[in-house]
Design a protein around this ligand. Structure first.
Ligand code: URA
Length: 195
């Protein structure tokens, strides 16, 4: 699906492809720099996100913002999206058919943004992007390259809030992202023709 941002956001805004549309207050398409080099993918909107129509605005979002800043970036320089664009009731994990119905939107977002690195936040993001053979505890912290994009699975910020012991490995993952991004940006620059 090759679409413009306008078409994509309009489709998401009026989407009724799955049952989650029935209980949402707002769709949460995603936000950030449409040409970001770094993209984050979470699970799906929670209550705050559903209320505001913006991703990662609750406690987990505050932590994500602080972690982005700790690697020397600004939240608005990244692009932040989710597997599903509507809040699952009682914040349950999205069902596979809900994720499947919504994934074309995420694919279109990735195609439009063309990030160098995508950070997969938690098990749901990992499962619906890289596939069900991956496990977050086993596979976090290692880049997986798909179609020229480096994907980094790491713990979801909400998991870090529940379990302090996950913070250190997640911070290692963020530092690896910072370092790889630096190298990728450098090699992109050296690809440019000299004036
Ligand atoms: N958790 C997510 O996975 N996404 C959000 O947007 C907020 C919390």
């Amino acid at each position: 699906m090759t679409v413009s941002w306008e078409e994509l956001l309009a489709s998401i805004g009026s989407c009724e492809r799955c049952r989650l549309s029935a209980s949402r207050k707002n769709t949460v398409p995603g936000e950030g720099d449409p040409r970001a080099r770094l993209m984050f993918i979470g699970e799906g909107p929670g209550a705050n996100e559903d209320e505001q129509g913006r991703p990662f605005v609750g406690a987990a979002g505050d932590l994500l913002t602080r972690m982005i800043e700790a690697i020397g970036l600004k939240r608005e320089d990244c692009y932040i999206a989710n597997i599903v664009k509507c809040r699952p009731p009682r914040n349950r994990v999205p069902e596979s058919d809900e994720a499947a119905a919504c994934l074309p939107y995420l694919r279109a977002q990735v195609a439009l943004v063309r990030p160098l690195i995508i950070v997969l936040l938690g098990a749901t993001a990992l499962k619906h992007t890289l596939g069900g053979d991956y496990r977050i505890t086993r596979d976090r912290g290692r880049f997986v390259e798909r179609a020229g994009v480096f994907m980094m699975p790491t713990f979801h910020p909400a998991a870090l809030l529940r379990d302090e012991s996950k913070k250190r490995p997640a911070w290692e993952d963020f530092k690896a992202v910072r370092d790889r991004l630096y190298l990728l940006k450098q090699s992109q620059q050296s690809d440019l023709p000299t004036p």
